[in-house]
Design a protein around this ligand. Sequence first.
Ligand SMILES: Nc1ncnc2c1ncn2[C@@H]1O[C@H](COP(=O)(O)OP(=O)(O)OP(=O)(O)O)[C@@H](O)[C@H]1O
Length: 221
Amino acid sequence: MEIRADAVSVVIDGREIVHDVSLSCGPGTMTALVGPSGCGKTTLLHCLGLLQRPTSGRVLVDGTDTGGWNARARRRFWKESGAFVLQDYGVLEEESVAFNVVMKAGVFGSRVIGDQRKMKAVLELTGLTGRDEEQAAHLSGGEKQRLSIARALYKDARAVFVDEPTASLDEANRARVIHLLGDLARRGCVVIVATHDDSMMSACDVRYSLRAEEGVRTSRH
Ligand SMILES: Nc1ncnc2c1ncn2[C@@H]1O[C@H](COP(=O)(O)OP(=O)(O)OP(=O)(O)O)[C@@H](O)[C@H]1O
């Protein structure tokens, strides 16, 4: 899958948060969105993941302009192709680890349906073996990050959008998360990561720098 930004700008309350970004992220690559705090990395990531509409410019998925996509088309993209590893978002705290991976439960009771073998395999890959029945709220921050990655692996996501995946992790977990994201790219996924972390950046094939002043530019509109 290819995700492309074509002259994307975002203006919020008269402030231009993202200024005229054009970039292309292809299958099997990992792209880092880098720059100082507040320069618009997360905002751009949300635009690329169709969570937020740019004020101007276009986001294209496999060459198709998503500007005209309605809520249903965006939901289909998230359901069928996209996965998010975002801070403080995405993990259903009240649900079990297994449910968070598979995202499907039986009609009666809380039995998790889906491919159990695959679910266990991705939990093993992400270092969460044996934690299936545990409530997700009990996981640490780093474990929740890995749980989101397990979900992306389980659904064979074709595009993964990641926000500061290593921010609060120790060295060992940071290396593990970077390796797992690399695995997704090696499987052919397009991986886009907003990050400050040098080791995360150096694991990426492409770096896109947003400049500090872009975050404070005031729109003339
Ligand atoms: N919905 C919003 N309303 C008002 N301001 C916003 C909104 N979203 C983002 N901003 C502002 O846009 C700027 C860029 O935010 P963003 O989170 O994209 O930056 P970032 O580069 O990811 O920062 P960090 O590295 O600190 O996470 C910030 O000044 C932020 O306050």
